[in-house]
Design a protein around this ligand. Sequence first.
Ligand code: B12
Ligand code: SF4
Length: 501
Amino acid sequence: MVSKRTLLINPPYPFSEFPIIPVGLLYVAGVLVHYGVEVDVLDLLVSKYSKEKIKRKIEEYKPDVIGITCVTMNYPVASEILKYCKSVNKKLITVIGGPHVTFNAEETLKEAPWIDIVVRREGEFTMLDIVNGKKLADIDGIAYRDKDGNMKLTGERALIEKLDEMPPPARHLFPISKYLALDAHASLLAGRGCPFNCIFCVGSKMGGRKARYRNPRLVVDEIEESLALGFKEVNFEDDLLTLNHKHLNAVCDEIIARGLKFNWSAFARVDTVTPGILKKMREAGCTWVSYGVESGNQQILDLVKKKITLEKVRYAVQIAKEAGVKVLASFIIGLPGETRETLKDTMDFAQEIQTFYGFHVLAPFPGSEVREEADKYGIEILTSDWAKYDANRAVTRTKGAGPEDINAVLHKYFQGLKQPPPDPSQPRRRSPLAWDLVSGDIIENLGPIEPKGDPVEDLIDKIMEISLHPRQRVSDSIKRWYTDGLLKYDLKNSRLIWRWS
Ligand code: B12
Ligand code: SF4
């Protein structure tokens, strides 16, 4: 059987979200590679997004299938990319996956005739079936149009039971050097699934309510591989790494036993941490945990089925501090029941717990209970313009709080509500210079440089001609990236051609 040549696309999303390699696409690529499919990745997140670039890639690589990932906020751009791909070659099979389309499958096919197949929930083996040419009607977990143009939804695909049998994520297909220049952390999973059912989240609907775990040794093997690639930090992208202490202890013990020294961070719930597990995590290199605190008002927490108490939050922050693990408390404003008073409760609480915190705004994503039962929760959905679902602006209102109230809180937050001073070890910090260089394809478009002596100084001079960044910053960064092997040059006709490695 000859598999279809496949191009996977990582679409752009706004700079306000820190760029990391999406784990879902890494795994889809990994499975295809493992089963001998010809596969490549076009990463438009850490490069300039242009239609010419997509066209060039299609003409050079000649894929049969194009697969793209997205969440709600970058669904519009992902769809636009597939539309463009179809216009370049209408024979291309276009596939889209991710949480947004999983719960909006039929609507997606209806509004985007250029999308052939929607992959729902876990997509590794679904995509393998597609590229291997299996009859679409026999592939579980997709939505497609039959030859008469009728929309078809196949059966639910069972979640992958034995995660340890999964081929490894295909990091080598992604432009690692650019992610490293951006100081991105390695993204990896120790398990999948979450047993909770918070009404604003589709995490447990995507990964299942029964958590599945990977063998700690394999997890730490992957950490070692990521460190060998040059990543300095790791973020566990698990919904809830701290759920199963036996498993987490085993992962930590394995890290400690191998003597690995690196910083890592993870998502946690305040009711799944204890002084003991936090101490062990710290010993294994954990520097940050991100707690989903959501609100400073107990009634709201109860209403959104968060199943935590403010008292537990205070305690969890305190024991993390005692263990030497820093806390980022994550809040959502605009939740059901929100009023001006509850917004004040949340602002006060965020400052009371004396730790780092961040505010997001409720975005009622497709598939979430808060969207499906918006009336019951007293939420008025103001728009379904998906590009606005970045959780950084109000797209809903409650009886007691409108967009103006929510935006006022956000404004105060960005003006610097009382926050601890910034911490250089905070995860997801950004280097504006690196971002400018990668998102503008600056290195790729420098052209040949006349060597004057030291190639690195020549590159710095050239960048200074077009960059507004201070020379010291450019110089320090370029030297570091060159020493780390992220930037390389070739000599062509006695001219320097610089490139990301
Ligand atoms: C880790 C994580 C992050 C990380 C990393 C995100 C990333 N790009 O990898 C960080 C912290 C950076 C992050 C940021 C954001 N996140 Co987030 N995040 C998660 C989390 C907890 C796990 C994601 C994950 O790695 N899952 C494991 C992998 C294996 O699954 P997967 O990504 O879903 O991929 C599988 C399938 O979707 C499918 N698939 C995906 N793409 C493709 C493509 C093809 C071609 C195919 C065939 C299949 C396929 O197959 C994959 C493998 O099985 C999820 C919750 C969850 N469990 O889904 C939320 C979640 C994805 N995040 C969410 C949101 C909203 C965001 C933000 C917008 C934050 C914000 N402002 O509120 C940003 C958006 C950044 C972005 N563009 O991705 C929402 C998305 C909801 C939605 N419909 O949009 C989720 C579902 C949580 C929620 N609120 O319900 N997030
Ligand atoms: S918010 Fe966290 S705990 Fe709640 S369902 Fe989502 S992943 Fe699970």
